[in-house]
Design a binder for this molecule. Sequence first.
Ligand SMILES: [Zn+2]
Length: 104
Amino acid sequence: MYNEKISDDANLNELIDYYLKNFNNPEIMDELKWEDPYLYLQITRLHFIKQLQDTTPTYKCPDCGDNIVHDEWGEEYCESCGLVTRTPYDYVAGFKITLPYGRK
Ligand SMILES: [Zn+2]
């Protein structure tokens, strides 16, 4: 009985990790919202707290570690590999985009 409880907790932690990793995936998050609204709320709260604690240096590229520069439209990108890390927009050519450091 006691062991069952532990494995339940482990599963829940794995589930939480999974949803936090996929927080920017609207398909996965929408599905969770319908299937388990309580867990969805919990994930949303955890994600919010994680963001507050997040000290990721947004001036370094998450892929190659090089400097992030920004252009005249406020878009931030890596000067080496060209990865766009932040933009003021959610959409590019009608497609919703997911950015490593989120929207500005
Ligand atoms: Zn880069």
